[in-house]
Design a protein around this ligand. Structure first.
Ligand code: GUN
Length: 285
């Protein structure tokens, strides 16, 4: 059986470490605060925002929710971000994606002050990541690195295949692994012979959003498989269930795997709290 890397247990560890940092900040008179902005009422986004706010409470981080109607105009949203940028009592700003049609995510994310950009999506932070010069790192890739670090001590020369080239996961995780001197291949929807490419990997990071895309025969014996996908599919009995990008039941021969749920998901939120503590620490420097 493959080792299961327990995302829930690791997330609890990140939360505990963050609580310590939050307490240290509070002792210095700084109460870390995260502004969460949700535009519209996308059901999945509602669930994610609810979880983020609940976890903030656990960490002792103040959260301030801004729920705006789907018809909110660009000027109003940018005005809110300007306000949050100027507010010294707010340390992190999170704009939940996707935004409703008509709002350009790139333009909105560009407006967030890079030091408050706890999602790590601002071009300054993207540039810092790609040049290895610090900055706030996107939460999901940060969480994936912590999961991988629990089973890998030296990445030099390892073949990593990233499936999916998104700005949120694929590209930033490739940058983090390149910094560790892994040999990184980023694949995407147009990649040819993906199974053959994947079979050469020591580590697979599957972030395509395609249920059960990665089959057992794609995975070399002993390889590590990180499953970032999360899709809801219908089960035979008419109910629905959450599944990842990997056919987990075909991965007994892998070295270590993460499961869905209970793998990457909990780490993403824990790393958001960690980033918020970091942003609050930077505000004190
Ligand atoms: N929507 C899906 N993933 C994310 C994320 O990591 N951050 C934000 N803000 N929105 C998302």
């Amino acid at each position: 059986m493959a080792e299961v890397i327990d995302g829930r247990a690791m997330a609890a560890g990140v939360l505990a470490a963050t609580i310590t940092r939050v307490e240290r900040l509070k002792a210095k008179g700084i109460e870390p605060a995260l502004a969460v902005v949700l535009v519209g009422s996308d059901p999945a986004s509602e669930v994610y925002v609810g979880r983020k706010v609940a976890q903030c409470r656990k960490a002792g981080i103040r959260s301030v929710e801004h729920r705006l109607p789907a018809a909110t105009g660009k000027a109003e949203l940018l005005g809110l971000i300007d306000c949050l940028n100027r507010d010294p009592a707010i340390h992190g700003i999170l704009i939940q994606l996707p935004l409703p049609p008509g709002l350009d995510a790139a333009e909105v994310l560009d407006r967030i002050h890079p030091l408050k950009d706890v999602d790590g999506f601002h071009p300054v932070n993207v540039g810092r990541l790609s040049t290895g010069t610090g900055g706030l790192v996107p939460c999901t890739p940060l969480g994936i690195m912590k999961l991988l670090d629990s089973v890998v001590s030296d990445y030099r020369g390892l073949n990593v295949v990233v499936i999916g080239k998104s700005n949120i996961v694929g590209k930033p995780i490739a940058m983090l692994l390149l910094e560790r001197e892994a040999t990184v291949t980023v694949t995407h929807i147009e990649t040819r012979d993906l199974a053959d490419v994947a079979r050469k990997a020591d580590i697979i990071v599957a972030a395509a959003g395609a249920p059960h895309l990665v089959r057992g025969f794609w995975v070399k014996p002993g390889a590590i498989v990180i499953d970032v996908g999360i899709s809801r599919i219908g089960a035979a009995d008419g109910s629905t269930k959450l599944v990842g990008d990997c056919a987990a039941h075909e991965l007994d021969h892998a070295g270590a795997v993460t499961l869905v749920p209970g793998g990457v998901g909990p780490m993403t939120i824990a790393c958001l709290l960690e980033n918020t503590a970091q942003a609050a620490e930077m505000s004190a420097e």
